[in-house]
Structure formats: structure tokens, C-alpha cells
Write a protein that binds this ligand. Structure first.
Ligand code: HEM
Length: 372
């Protein structure tokens, strides 16, 4: 499918109304949707999915989480897919993390300070995705905040993650200077995790959301950190949760004299904030970047670190994928609503003109009214 064509659904009717719609939206220059149907969402979702290259032949059936399997076995298209999926999810979290309940602003508002260090790399991703958004903004008048939300929902499902219900009606902010300083410091440990309390998440929800680090990777040119958390960067699997506790991670500096510390085993990484979910890594001097401990996780004597208060939650989600998916879904829906009022339901339309069945990545099962 050409990414610029209106995907099969209702092409005739859509092309006739396209001109009028574009004129109308251009005149208003603000999204003005009266209703969104499941056919609209299906078509937009197909367009989003066409951003991904085909997956290579790497097969993670029977995924083995043991130490010997830490070699880099990701194929190139798997990595490319992981880059796109990972960046979409990171973008949504960064949009959400600016929420301030005290000041009553920020949150999911389609506004990100792309030039700030914590958002490094996201501008390039957005330049890649923007044409897809602009088609649908002009066509159905979707807000940017709605599009970013849907983008991550569709791609999480493409990564074989949970089915996350989508609602719409988010209002974009035209300015977000107030975001300044609200994103957690990535060199910190449990103090970085304090952001979840500000955003109103429970410890369970925090651990579930952090499990998304199983997607994508860290790039030195962006964040100063380097490597991926999991073996298959385009799979929403339990690799991150399982390895966090069961592998002896060693703290190292990324490159010479960078001052950036991360935790590694083979080609896999954890950040301080990841490790802090399982262990007390601040040690005696209260700083996760200097002093001991320098090895955490693994069995028996390998592990020299005290357990963090959230250790058992990590274990629970590592052992029970349904529990993780359920909590992740609840938390993600909450995240995609931060700073917004009541959202609207997508209207069920079983008669998409080309007769395509609805896209089951976003529409899991009947009754549909429960899914949005
Ligand atoms: C205290 C909380 C967090 C910190 C300190 C943190 C920090 C980071 C850092 C430093 C990177 C590497 C960025 C790069 O080099 O391009 C990253 C990537 C990522 N983060 Fe987080 N993160 C946090 C929470 C979250 C949450 C809650 C989510 C999802 C809900 C998330 C999703 C991701 C994803 C998917 C990537 C991979 C991006 C890619 O492949 O381009 N993060 N994060």
C-alpha cells in the first residue's frame, strides 16, 4: 500500500470529500472532529504499520533468558523495527512525563521540547513519522496528542504487546515551555523513579511501565547511554523483567571519561533507574554512579545488593505475563490521559466500504464498546 494513498477503506467517498475537508481544516487550522469511527482508526493503523519494515527471519520461539544467550542476535530489520517502535513509546512517555498536577499543565498534549537533551533523537523520529500524521490531521482532523497516543498503541501491538484501548479527543498545547526540568535525570536511580509518584502511578504501575524498556535501545549520541535492554528490540516480551533480577549486572562507564554509568552484561544494558526497581544501588555513599555496589543481580553470592522495595513486583511480572500485560494496559491508558479531560469513544462501524475486516490489533474482541 502506498503510504500516501487513503488505505482501501471508503476510498471513493473519502476522495470526494478530501478536498472539502482539507479546505475546511486549513481554514480553521485546528482539528475539528465530530466523530471517529473504527473504520477511520483501522485505516490510520494500517498506515502506521506500513512505517515498519518486514521482520527478518530471526525467530524468538522458545526464548531463552539465560546468560549464554546474551550475544547480539538481532537482525538488521529487527533493530530497525525496534528503533521505530521504541521511539514511538518513548515519545509518548516523554509527552506524558511533563504533567504537573500542581500547576495543572503538561501531560499528553502533543507538545515536546525536541531541543532539550532528554528528548535527543526524537526529532529525527518525528521527521520520519510526521507525513503520516499530516495526512490524517488534514483528513480527519486528528490532534497530534491523539496521533502520538494511537501511534504507540498500534506499534506496541505490532511488537506483540497488549491490546491497549484507544479513545480520542486530546487537546494539543501550542506551547510547552513549562515542561522544562520535569523529566527525570537519567543518571539517577530511585530519585528518577519519583516521577511516577508525581504522575499518580502506583509502584505496580511504575514497574509495569518500565517494562517497556524491553523495546528499542539507548544510543550514545542521544542520551550518552549505549545498548539495548533486551535481545529482540522489536518484541514486547519479558526479557527485561526476567533479566533484571537474575543476571549479575556490572556497573561500567560508557566509553572513556564520559562520566555516564550503566549496568551491562554482554551487549545488554540497564540504567540506574532500571536497576533501582530491583536493588538498592545507591549503597553507602548514596550515589549510584560511584562507590559500591558495582555488581547487582544474579543468584546466590553473585548478588551483593539489598533488594529494593519493588523487587517482588518485578519478580511477579517476570513470572506472569498476563499480570504484567493487564497492569501495563491500565497504566498506559492512564498515562495517555494525563492532563486531559474526559476522552471520547470511537464509534463502531462494521461497514468499512472495502469490506475489510476490522484491524484486530486495535479491535480485539466484541463487544467493541468495551475496547475503547
Ligand atoms: C525514570 C524513568 C525513565 C528513565 C530515566 C528513562 C530513560 C531512558 C533513556 C536514557 C533512554 C535512551 C534514549 C536514547 O538513547 O535514545 C530511554 C529509552 C527508552 N525509553 Fe525510557 N526512561 C524512563 C521511563 C520510561 C517509560 C515509563 C517508558 C514507557 C512507558 C520508556 C520507554 C522507553 C523506550 C521504549 C526507549 C527506547 C527508545 C528507542 O529505541 O529509541 N521509558 N529511556
Amino acid at each position: 500500500m502506498s503510504v500516501f494513498s487513503i488505505p482501501g477503506n471508503r476510498r471513493g467517498m473519502q476522495q470526494r470529500t478530501l478536498f472539502l475537508c482539507v479546505m475546511f481544516v486549513t481554514m480553521l487550522s485546528v482539528p475539528n472532529i465530530q466523530a471517529l469511527t473504527t473504520c477511520d482508526i483501522d485505516a490510520i493503523s494500517q498506515d502506521i504499520k506500513s512505517l515498519l519494515p518486514q521482520r527478518d527471519t530471526f525467530n524468538n520461539a522458545g526464548l531463552d533468558y539465560s546468560l549464554e544467550n546474551f550475544g547480539d542476535r538481532t537482525g538488521s530489520s529487527t533493530r530497525r523495527r525496534g528503533d521505530i517502535i521504541g521511539a514511538a513509546v518513548r515519545l509518548s512517555f516523554h509527552d506524558a512525563a511533563s504533567f504537573s498536577p500542581v500547576d495543572g499543565n503538561g501531560g499528553i498534549d502533543g507538545c515536546l521540547q525536541f531541543d532539550k537533551p532528554e528528548n535527543a533523537g526524537l526529532q529525527a523520529f518525528w521527521d520520519f513519522v510526521r507525513p503520516t500524521y499530516e495526512r490524517w490531521r488534514d483528513f480527519v482532523g486528528l490532534s497530534l496528542a491523539d496521533f502520538w497516543a494511537l501511534l504507540s498503541i498500534v506499534l506496541i501491538k505490532e511488537a506483540q504487546g497488549p491490546t491497549i484501548p484507544f479513545q480520542w479527543g486530546r487537546i494539543d498545547a501550542t506551547n510547552c515551555d513549562f515542561d522544562e526540568g520535569r523529566f527525570p535525570d537519567s543518571t539517577e536511580s530511585h530519585r528518577a523513579l519519583d516521577v511516577f509518584q508525581r504522575l499518580g502511578f502506583s509502584n505496580e504501575e511504575m514497574v509495569a511501565l518500565m517494562g517497556a524498556h524491553t523495546l528499542g535501545r539507548a544510543v550514545q549520541a542521544n542520551s550518552g547511554f549505549s545498548g539495548s535492554w533486551a535481545r529482540s528490540e522489536d518484541r514486547f516480551d519479558q526479557f527485561y523483567l526476567k533479566t533484571l533480577l537474575d543476571i549479575p549486572w556490572r556497573r561500567v562507564e560508557v566509553g572513556a571519561n564520559t562520566g555516564k554509568m550503566q549496568w551491562v552484561v554482554g551487549n545488554r544494558i540497564m540504567l540506574n533507574a532500571d536497576m533501582a526497581l530491583g536493588f538498592d544501588i545507591d549503597g553507602s555513599n548514596g550515589d549510584p554512579n560511584t562507590g559500591s555496589p558495582t555488581v547487582c543481580g544474579g543468584q546466590g553470592q553473585q548478588n551483593t545488593c539489598a533488594r529494593a522495595g519493588t523487587h517482588d513486583i518485578v519478580r511477579h511480572f517476570a513470572d506472569d505475563i498476563e499480570a504484567w500485560f493487564d497492569t501495563f494496559t491500565t497504566a498506559y491508558v492512564k498515562m495517555l490521559n494525563l492532563g486531559q479531560g474526559e476522552l471520547k469513544e470511537v464509534i463502531f462501524d462494521g461497514n468499512c466500504d472495502n469490506g475489510d475486516s476490522l484491524d484486530d490489533t486495535v479491535f480485539p474482541t466484541a463487544p467493541l464498546s468495551h475496547c475503547f
